[in-house]
Design a protein around this ligand. Structure first.
Ligand code: FAD
Length: 307
């Protein structure tokens, strides 16, 4: 068995594996795809001390750094269940089971997509999901935010300080965001809000986004907006479906509940990054959380009985 097995090969998982291996304990890492969401990112300008890098480049450095420590890396494998027996057993889709004295869950998350024509085609060419990451690329331009919940309205307020104009499109007949955030948008003169708007297509010129089409759900009319960017803010879905049969406690959004050491509700099982209740989802934050979870797990191991 492993001393520590990391599930996930994004920033959180890579950091956890390096911190664990540096303690001299037997460390494994299982991931469907090394690099995680970083692989889907083009420009990264907020990875502190690195003014600019690109996703695939950062992912390659992450992998190289992990490999320097003799971590047993297993990629193209999906975890399908976790069971706390004498050890922690991780079942894989291949049918194999990996056992470890401790585990760090770092399976990340994915943005909920609109699922309309043009969205996939113009991803990273005007269709964006992360205002902290991509907002500055739209300086002085007109963008839309799809979704009028807290994340959509926070994104609109954030973007309004950078871009020329923000149009929020909400599917329902009212905003679901907190009142204090809604009031803030009313005080900003470069945000307008369209309710009852069902986005039907992201429009582009073949290279980049130039607008979107939506249906006014009240009148049934189709309308168009001219835009340089579309921020989709309809939710972040944690990759924790595989824990449904386990006893790991999650919140109603499916995020794994952790404490300040990264500990979950199951002894020896730790978690880090976008898959958890951590309020902010970023590369630098996930890396710190991965390091924390590995150190938490190491503390657990030195306190539990040796076989
Ligand atoms: P992830 O990166 O999601 O990695 C999860 C890992 O778990 C992957 O290896 C995945 O294959 C694996 N996995 C998932 N399920 C399973 C399973 N069942 N079994 C085995 N393996 C599994 N953040 C920034 O700080 N700056 C930016 O500029 C930035 N831009 C972004 C742009 C885009 C388009 C996106 C999508 C995100 C961006 N982010 C950015 C956010 C950042 O990428 C995430 O916060 C960060 O990657 C989270 O790291 P993580 O390790 O928790 O999860």
């Amino acid at each position: 068995p492993y001393d520590l097995l990391v599930i996930g090969g994004g920033p959180a998982g890579a950091a956890a594996a390096i911190y664990a291996a540096r303690k001299g304990i037997r460390t494994g890492l299982v991931a469907e795809r090394f690099g995680g969401q970083v692989m889907d990112t083009v420009g990264i300008e907020n990875f502190i001390s690195v003014p600019y890098t690109e996703g695939p480049k950062l992912a390659a450095s992450l992998e190289q750094h992990v490999k320097e420590y003799g971590v047993d890396i297993i990629t193209d494998q999906r975890a399908t269940n976790l069971q706390r027996n004498e050890l922690v057993d991780i079942e894989l889709k291949s049918g194999a089971t990996l056992s470890s004295r401790s585990v760090v869950l770092a399976t990340g998350a994915r943005w909920r997509e609109l699922g309309v024509p043009g969205e996939a085609e113009y991803r990273t060419k005007g269709v964006a999901y992360c205002p902290h990451c991509d907002g500055p690329f739209f300086k002085g331009k007109h963008v839309a935010v799809i979704g009028g919940g807290n994340s959509g309205i926070e994104a609109a307020i954030d973007l309004a300080g950078i871009v020329e104009h923000v149009t929020v499109l909400e599917f329902a007949d009212s905003l679901r965001a907190d009142e204090v955030l809604v009031r803030k948008t009313q005080q900003m003169d470069n945000i307008d809000i369209i309710l009852n708007a069902q986005t039907t297509e992201v429009l582009g010129d073949g290279n980049k986004v130039n607008g979107l089409a939506y249906t006014d759900r009240k009148s049934g009319e189709s309308r168009k907006l001219d835009l340089a960017g579309v921020f989709v803010q309809i939710g972040l879905v944690p990759n924790t479906e595989f824990l449904k049969e386990s006893d790991v406690v999650m919140n109603r959004m499916g995020e794994i509940q952790i404490d300040e050491r990264g500990a979950t509700s199951i002894p020896g099982v730790y978690a880090a990054g976008d898959a958890t209740t951590a309020p902010y989802k970023q590369i630098v934050i996930s890396m710190g959380a991965g390091a924390t979870a590995a150190l938490g797990a190491f503390d657990y191991l030195i306190r539990s009985s040796v076989e």
